[in-house]
Design a protein. Structure first.
Length: 327
């Protein structure tokens, strides 16, 4: 996708599921299920996918699965929709991943800084500059609970000066830190060029409905790149389209949409295993997909990564309580 077309596509706002990893009972890649899951997102109307990200499990890299999983995702995904590759690790690794993603036809890279916990802001910015020369990048504020690090306003203000930044996924699960990023973008003067995507699975609908204003610049989240949207994707597309219609018409926000937002947060708490500090997050996504007959099981690469005590019952509860959130 050409650079200008990429920025335009991101600005339109899309549902972008964070793509999970399909494994069999021996914890080997289940290629038919992996490909089928990608097709499910396409059929559900998602405007993009993100592969090789946290929900895909960072351990695919050490297991030799990064390239085949990215390749399958790109082969099954329509060329006229956004394809985003997760990029992580030290600079040498990140550059290699960016080059691979570019060669496979991915439009942009979601740049995780989670593995650079001891790096200074200067080092992080140099790292981001280097990767951006290989592929357009989305910034990524990952919550510390699952391996991210705190990144302050000053970092983000300088990050948005990088020419090849096309969007940012804001996922600190923290209101003050979310506003840091939005304000930094407003003050950078590049709000028309860089799209905001929510990654706050705990606050999806409120994020998408909010109009921010800083020093006369008004911004809103265009869409979301979310692990939560890896399940019940067609309904997510419907919700986002309703929100975009409200914004386009400058219409009052219906109370029922705010209520739906609270219900989605409750459902996400069960799926992401908030009760156990997100320990069963990926397994929870897998469990819902298993119940949708999209995965054969909930297996993760790490045998210790599974549902927490009581999590299955919590998923039972929210599935029974909120049919309006489901495909």
């Amino acid at each position: 996708m050409a650079h200008s077309a990429l920025r335009s596509a991101l600005a339109l706002g899309h549902v972008i599921p964070a793509h999970p990893l399909a494994l069999d009972a021996e914890r080997r890649l289940d290629e038919p299920k992996q490909r089928g899951l990608t097709r499910y997102y396409g059929a559900g109307g998602a405007g993009g996918i993100a592969v090789g990200v946290h929900t895909t499990q960072f351990a695919i890299r050490e297991r030799g699965l990064f390239e085949p999983v990215l390749r399958m995702g790109r082969e099954e995904w329509p060329r006229d929709r956004l394809a985003i590759a997760g990029i992580c690790g030290p600079t040498a690794q990140a550059l290699a991943e960016a080059k691979l993603a570019h060669n496979l036809g991915y439009d942009a890279g979601l740049l995780s800084l989670a593995g650079l916990s001891r790096a200074s802001d200067e080092e992080l910015l140099a790292h981001a500059h280097a990767v951006s020369r290989e592929i357009p990048i989305l910034g990524f504020y990952l919550q510390p609970s699952v391996g991210g690090r705190v990144l302050g306003f000053d970092f983000w203000r300088r990050f948005f000066d990088i020419e090849n930044v096309v969007a940012v996924k804001i996922a600190p699960f923290h209101r003050y830190r979310t506003i840091d990023v939005v304000r930094a973008l407003a003050e950078s003067g590049r709000a028309p060029e860089i799209a905001l995507y929510t990654g706050n699975d705990d606050n999806i609908i409120a994020d998408l409905l909010t109009e921010f204003e800083f020093a006369g610049t008004r911004l809103h989240f265009a869409g979301g790149l979310l692990g939560q949207w890896a399940v019940w994707t067609a309904k997510a597309v419907e919700i986002l389209e309703d929100i975009k219609t409200i914004r386009h018409r400058n219409a009052p926000v219906p109370q029922e949409l705010l209520t739906l937002g609270a219900q989605l947060t409750d459902a996400n708490a069960a799926i992401f295993d908030v009760a156990h500090d997100f320990a069963g997050c990926i397994a929870g996504v897998h469990e819902v997909l298993r119940r949708q007959n999209l995965l054969a099981g909930i297996w993760c690469l790490d045998p210790e990564e599974t549902l927490s005590a009581g999590q299955s019952a919590e998923i039972d509860r929210v599935i029974a309580a909120y049919p309006q959130l489901q495909d």
